[in-house]
Design a protein around this ligand. Structure first.
Ligand code: SF4
Ligand code: SF4
Length: 428
């Protein structure tokens, strides 16, 4: 047995918590989860059945934790788990699962399969069976502070451009601000108008906010890779930045897994409560709308739909807020056939969009989104995750649809119809 396989096995054993053990002993092998997974529905390859993706964990459980498995193992008949299995499951787990949790919604016995896939990743990553693209992203996140290698100088240059475009100073390192806004590298490099949009909205609403120059990254590659130590390190940097600037709230921006990580998983990953409240940008915007502090004028008459980012809607619970905002600025908003908590993933979550080798598979599974928008005949798709937006761009291009469908971030859309104040308001 190689040293790295031993290391992977030992890490996998540590993942065997009460939830995992109860899930594995409850599965009735009905196969219902298969039809909920875009990797199965779009390929019809049985290897992409959700519960099959956690097979390494199940085999370990069967051998070492179940009564009959232990008995069988004691006479040399138990199920085996080999290093080759780790090698075989790497592609299934990293390329063939976005950890979108749609399968978890349909399981009749309530098994959270995505939770277990995250555990399998821990074991595979510890044994070295994780994709180089993700390892590289995690290395850049730790060493540079951004999985895409975005430096402070790049952020500052982006802020300067946005300040010029919106005519509003964008606060960096403002101690004592109420809100610290995180940004994803995908936003900074691909959709920097998000920064100008929040600057305009926050000025109009009188929100006191800032960005930290010490740590501004929202994404957490440790979670995508399945490396809790890296995940904890990156969360710790957010905590340090927030404590240093003495903020009360941290805003999670338009990035799916960033929200689930900092809002729901962070205390468990770092082993203590967060010293601030976390709010998603859409929750904050909708709150401002309800309070009468976010005023808009006019609506777009374009026929548009909303793509729910899985981690914001299904795992995050932010379903009503985007619809409240959309109904304020769009007169022809139509829903996809499956939406909200039962949306279909775009195919790029969980780190899959990082993997060059998964490009063909991503395109194949994007067919589910193509079908959904073909049914609606929309001109615009709105979303609230820069990673989804990049995946949509690639998917539309692959299917030759990029000319007919515009993609836009919801914050940016709201900002287009913003009623701006004439005079500066408190906190600016
Ligand atoms: S979490 Fe999503 S992508 Fe992964 S197995 Fe379940 S349905 Fe498929
Ligand atoms: S739906 Fe649930 S019980 Fe059925 S096979 Fe999938 S994980 Fe097992």
């Amino acid at each position: 047995m190689s040293e790295r396989f031993e290391q992977g096995l030992s890490t996998l054993r540590k993942q065997m918590d009460a939830r995992v053990v109860s899930y594995l002993s409850s599965c009735v092998h009905c196969g219902i989860c298969a039809e909920a997974c875009l990797f199965y529905t779009e390929t019809r390859d049985p290897r992409y059945t959700p519960i099959y993706k956690v097979e390494p964990l199940r085999r370990l459980w069967s051998r070492e934790y179940s009564f009959w498995g232990k008995l069988a193992s004691s006479v040399g008949l138990g199920e085996s788990l080999t290093e080759q299995d780790f090698a075989d499951w790497e592609e299934l787990v990293y390329d063939g699962c976005t950890m979108c949790s749609r399968c978890s919604m349909v399981c009749p016995v309530g098994i959270d399969i995505a939770y277990m896939i995250r555990k399998v990743k821990e074991g595979l990553a510890a044994a070295g069976y994780s994709p180089d693209d993700l390892k590289g992203a995690a290395k850049r996140a730790v060493e540079i502070g951004s999985p895409m290698g975005v430096t402070l100088a790049t952020l500052q240059a982006t802020i300067k451009v946005q300040e010029k475009e919106c005519g509003i100073p964008i606060p960096l390192d403002r101690e004592g601000a109420d809100y610290l806004c995180l940004l994803s590298s995908g936003e900074i490099t691909g959709f920097p108008e998000f920064i100008g949009s929040i600057a305009r909205i926050f000025k109009a609403a009188g929100i006191s906010w800032t960005i930290s120059s010490e740590y501004f990254e929202a994404t957490n590659t440790g979670v995508q890779l399945g490396n809790s130590a890296i995940a904890a390190e990156l969360i710790g940097r957010v905590v340090n930045a927030a404590e240093k600037l003495k903020v009360k709230y941290v805003i999670s921006p338009e990035c799916g897994h960033a929200y689930t990580t900092i809002r729901w998983d962070a205390p468990n990953i770092i082993g203590r409560p967060l010293p601030f409240k976390v709010v998603h940008i859409l929750e904050l915007l909708d709150q401002l709308r309800r309070d009468g502090r976010l005023k808009t004028s006019g609506t777009t008459g374009e026929r548009l739909t909303y793509h729910d980012p899985c981690n914001i809607s299904r795992r995050g619970g932010v379903v009503r807020e985007p619809r409240n905002l959309l109904n304020q600025v769009a007169s022809d908003f139509v829903e996809m056939s499956d939406h909200g908590a039962m949306n279909w993933c775009c195919g790029g979550g969980g780190g899959v969009s990082t993997l060059e080798r998964a490009r063909d598979l991503r395109t194949k599974v994007f067919n589910v989104k193509k079908r959904q928008i073909d049914e609606l005949n929309v001109e615009t798709v709105v979303t609230a995750c820069s990673n989804c937006r990049h995946t949509w761009e690639d998917g539309l291009e692959a299917y030759g649809m990029e000319e007919g469908v515009e993609l836009v971030g919801l914050t940016e859309l709201v900002a287009r119809y913003l009623v701006e104040n004439e005079t500066p308001t408190a906190g600016q």
